[in-house]
Design a protein around this ligand. Structure first.
Ligand SMILES: Cc1ncc(COP(=O)(O)O)c(C=O)c1O
Length: 401
């Protein structure tokens, strides 16, 4: 039996069949079991910040796993404490900040959901607000926060009290009051197809949350760790949240999540109220320290900003009738298509040796490693152009727009 056939009978049927069985990676490239080479412009969905098999990450992971991999949360480790300190610094949470470690984005949002329940300032606050079409993960609390009714429907009842609102400043002004415990939002809606927030939205959210004692909880799971050309996407708007949830890119490929609290929010959790066996173990925190250390040392945040602009120009410069717009920031980019052919285009890209993702029927999402350089961008242009031409010449789309 092939790997695909074995996957088909062994794995739970929760996902679509895999696009390929990958066996190796190096830099911005991966190889499948048939020996095909792909330019990876998805990076494990915004995870492989340093690409694949980065020597500093490999060295740190190998060293730590050969020294002390796991300890339980009855004990602490130097790498865990160092990573918490580093995240306090990088997020701007500063001296009053606190960090809780877990193992994924969904888990970070679960922790944040519990945090929101503890915000009882000024009386019982029963409402939590989140945005339509948002994505916060697949576990029950994270699913309750997720603004996609079809995704929630088979699993109702999910934890209660969450209301989903339109992503407009008017909706914020209408809904935010002293009965709200927290507002959850993604600074760029990645899973929705890389959709930017309206201009001025975060600033107004910050003002209203402060005015009403509402926790502003920003989900930086996909946007964090330099991806948008800032360490965290809220920096673009010059604000800080009351809490941020992190995962994906901070670990560069090891499973890690974190909840970072700012200011007085850091005093909400008390002893025994939350925990995780694996969360913050020496292996993942030493590896994450190495990953974030390289991002700092090599100014990969600046690289993300610069390469993102270059990539946007390359995409628009191709001049394909299929491309309507490029959304997003830094190296989290979405291509809005003029026709609902994203799945076909992602498949054509795959054939051309390029990994991108169809976030929905008319959006392509890209989140390449933060290390991309001129050579990878040139290779992208060639492969993506071939994919676009394959789709437009297939006669399945009208090109007379
Ligand atoms: C914004 C956001 N939040 C949460 C999650 C869930 O993270 P995980 O898959 O690590 O549970 C994702 C995953 O795509 C995400 O994009």
């Amino acid at each position: 039996m092939t790997w695909h056939e074995r996957y088909g009978v062994a794995m739970m049927k929760t996902l679509a069949p895999p696009l390929a069985v990958l066996v190796r990676g190096e830099g911005c490239y991966v190889w499948d079991d048939q020996g095909n080479k792909y330019l990876d412009f998805l990076a494990g969905i915004a995870v492989n910040s340093l690409g694949h098999a980065h020597p500093d990450m490999v060295a740190a992971a190998q060293k730590q796993i050969g020294t002390l991999a796991h300890i339980s949360n009855y004990f602490a480790s130097p790498s865990q404490i160092e990573l918490a300190e580093r995240l306090k610094r990088l997020t701007g949470a500063g001296d009053a900040g606190r960090v809780y470690f877990c193992n994924s984005g969904a888990e970070a949002n679960e922790a944040a959901f519990k945090l929101a329940r503890l915000n009882t300032a000024g009386g019982r606050r029963t409402r939590i607000l989140a945005l339509n079409d948002s994505f916060h993960g697949r576990t029950m609390g994270a699913l309750a926060l997720t603004g996609k009714p079809l995704m929630r429907a088979p699993f109702e009842p999910v934890p209660g009290g969450v209301e989903h609102i339109e992503t407009t400043i008017a909706a914020l002004e209408r809904e935010l009051d002293d009965t709200v415990a927290a507002l959850f939002l993604e600074p760029v809606k990645g899973e929705a197809g890389v959709i930017d927030l309206p201009d001025g939205y975060l600033k107004r959210a910050r003002e209203l949350c402060t005015e009403h004692g509402v926790l502003l909880i920003i989900d930086e799971v996909q946007t964090g760790a330099g991806r948008t050309g800032a360490w965290f996407a809220y920096e673009h708007d010059g604000i800080v949240p009351d809490a941020a949830t992190l995962a994906k890119g901070i670990g560069g490929g090891v499973p890690i999540g974190a909840l970072v609290t700012f200011g007085a929010t850091s005093d909400l959790f008390s002893r025994g109220q939350h925990g995780s066996t694996f969360g913050g173990n020496p292996f993942v925190t030493a590896t994450a320290n190495a990953v974030l250390g390289v991002i700092e040392r090599d100014d990969l945040v600046g690289n993300a900003a610069r390469r993102g602009e270059q990539l946007r120009e390359i995409i628009l410069g191709i001049g394909s009738p299929l491309i309507e717009e490029v959304r997003g920031r830094g190296l989290l980019l979405g291509i809005g298509l003029t026709e609902p052919v994203a799945l076909k285009l992602a498949a054509a890209a795959h054939k051309a040796g390029l990994i991108v993702n169809a976030a929905n029927e008319s959006s392509i999402r890209m989140a390449p490693p933060l290390i991309v350089g001129d050579a990878e961008l040139a290779d992208f242009e060639e492969r993506f152009r071939a994919a676009l031409e394959a789709v437009t010449s297939s006669g399945l789309v009208s090109t007379n727009r």
